[in-house]
Design a protein around this ligand. Structure first.
Ligand code: FES
Length: 102
């Protein structure tokens, strides 16, 4: 189905560019990825829906095939990494005691 009549872009073409480390996350990035630019802009809402659908499908799958910085999965992983680093950087208030077995 044609989603952008000005640039003759199909939904298949839009979905096709939504993979890889530099996958687009905004309609403007989709236009650039497909080598064109917005003309009237009426298709931006549809392209945004395709983007959000792909993000939701990726999140439902539990992991990205190729995570990128804008990916929700990558943001969660970065937040967990930062929290872990913070926790490891603080000295333990009550370090565990090692008790020899009798
Ligand atoms: S329909 Fe896509 S820019 Fe006009």
């Amino acid at each position: 189905m044609i989603v952008c009549s000005c640039n003759v872009l199909s939904d298949h073409a839009v979905r096709g560019c939504l993979s890889g480390p530099d996958c687009p996350r905004t309609p403007a990035q989709v236009y650039r990825c497909l080598g064109c630019s917005p003309q009237c802009g009426r298709c931006a809402v549809t392209i945004r829906k395709i983007l959000r659908g792909a993000e939701a499908a990726s999140a439902d799958a539990g992991a990205c095939a190729s995570p990128c910085p804008a990916c929700p999965q990558a943001r969660i992983a970065d937040a967990l990494d930062a929290a872990l680093e913070d926790a490891l950087a603080e000295p333990m208030a009550h370090p565990p005691r090692i008790v020899a077995a009798a």
